[in-house]
Design a protein around this ligand. Structure first.
Ligand code: PHE
Length: 448
């Protein structure tokens, strides 16, 4: 580590960490289910276009704010401002993002807890621990509290180790493991009956539905959630990138990996759904719509694993381990957002700050668990439908309208000297100024 503040030690380390944040339940679960309920391949095509044309420019805005500021999200944004009202605005956007990240973590940890217990279940089943298997398979408050807590403690342990020894080290281990498991599962599912029908539904688009406004809105929302935008996470990760690195290509790498993994996860989940259907599991209603969008992962897929016989236990274990790993590399980025702020603002030790914030997030998770019906959907909506698009849009406004163009160019040029003559610089500043805010506002208004 080159200075007192943490910094990613290598290009590969940053890419794994940022891609680890981006790749999560949103890719492996959210993207395939959205694809299945929004008409298959047409959604995939819209998603690809929007991810590269709108989400990537917005990601670049957040990364460049962070790398320029070399500080937590609030201070980084405030460094771009000159007047007192702008400083307040910067606080609103930066702190809003931090709160948003903390709230996302509080529900994400609950879902990740389900993934954890589903990972352990095949192990207790193989070892004939029948009581434990029954306890793990039935939803109960005690089970959820224990596994949510476990997930938060694991996240805290990684974050308390800092940037290089915590985030970077674990992302470099977990991300390749995730890819390995994903490909092994795809190879298996492809040998099963029904997989080819699923593949066709996934890859052959029905062009007539591609301009459907709801499909476009869903695709853009999915792209924003998937790239962790509007949560100040990418501002923080940007602040740990060295000035020697080429930000434009780093951002492009992260977007490519995120989109690639979402696409590959679709290659697994969509054919798996058709395989399950071929084995008699009900997936689609008579009108072709998906039967149980939210519960699919816990009902349909385990039914598929069961029907495979003994090997199903291994496949089930691998699948849920994959989900847990993806969730963990995302949750560490969510926790880093408030922790970096607390460390720099209140001069707390990292370990102390991490445990305090971990405890606060656990309290929110507990409150959600105790009032599940009223709070879970509510917290998901306010963060992902309102918070993320709104704050993501405001970051674009910051870079597009408040930052002096010459200074912005100077920051982007560090590590990328010729940037002035590239297509990126000819298009991106305009995108950030006009196209991104308008398009994101459209998504935001639609979600109202
Ligand atoms: N991008 C993550 C996913 O796809 C979720 C996430 C959202 C992570 C916001 C960090 C901040 O699951």
């Amino acid at each position: 580590m080159s200075n007192v503040r943490g910094e990613f030690s290598s290009r590969f380390g940053f890419i794994m960490a940022a891609a680890g944040s981006a790749v999560g339940l949103g890719n492996i679960w959210g993207f395939p289910t959205q694809t299945a309920s929004n008409g298959g391949a047409a959604f995939v095509l819209a998603y690809l276009v929007l991810a590269f044309c709108l989400a990537y420019p917005a990601l670049m805005a957040e990364l460049v704010i962070g790398r320029h500021g070399q500080a937590n999200a609030v201070s980084s944004l405030q460094k771009l401002t000159t007047s007192p009202w702008q400083k307040k605005f910067a606080f609103f956007v930066g702190f809003g993002g931090i709160i948003c990240a903390g709230l996302i973590l509080s529900f994400y940890a609950i879902v990740a807890g389900w993934m954890f217990s589903a990972t352990i279940e095949p192990i207790t089943a193989i070892t004939s621990m029948d009581n434990a298997t029954l306890w793990l398979s039935e939803q109960s408050l005690t089970r959820d509290i224990i596994f949510t807590g476990l997930f938060i403690v694991l996240t805290v342990l990684i974050i308390s180790k800092g940037v290089e020894n915590g985030i970077e080290k674990w992302s470099k281990r977990l991300m390749p493991a995730l890819l390995g498991i994903l490909f092994a599962l795809i190879a298996y599912v492809m040998t099963q009956e029904g997989a080819v029908t699923g593949l066709k539904a996934y890859l052959v688009p029905d062009f007539s539905s591609i301009l459907n406004p709801e499909l476009l809105v869903n695709a853009l929302g999915q792209a924003f959630f998937s790239l962790s935008l509007g949560t100040s996470v990418m501002i923080i990760y940007g602040s740990y990138i060295s000035k020697r690195e080429n930000l434009v290509s780093l951002g492009a790498f992260v977007t490519l990996i995120d989109v690639f993994i979402a696409f590959v996860a679709g290659l697994l989940i969509i054919p798996a759904m058709y395989v399950a259907q071929a084995q008699g599991v009900e997936i689609f209603a008579a009108d072709g719509s998906l039967l149980s969008e939210d519960t699919l992962v816990f009902q349909v897929l385990p039914a598929l694993f069961d029907s495979m016989g003994d090997i199903g236990l291994f496949v089930g274990f691998a699948f849920f381990a994959l989900m847990s790993i993806a969730a963990l590399t995302s949750s560490i980025s969510m926790l880093e957002a408030p922790v970096s702020y607390a460390v720099e603002k209140f001069a707390l030790g990292r370990v102390q700050a991490t445990w305090i914030i971990g405890a606060l997030v656990s309290l929110v998770s507990l409150t959600i668990l105790l009032n599940f019906a009223a709070l879970f959907g509510f917290v998901v909506s306010i963060t992902t439908k309102f918070g993320q698009p709104l704050l993501g849009m405001l970051c674009c406004v910051f870079v597009g309208w408040l930052w002096h163009r010459g200074k912005l160019l100077k920051e982007i040029s560090e590590g990328c000297e010729q940037v002035e003559h590239t297509v990126f610089w000819k298009i991106w500043p305009w995108y950030i100024r006009f196209v991104c805010p308008v398009a994101i506002a459209a998504v935001f208004l639609n979600s109202l």
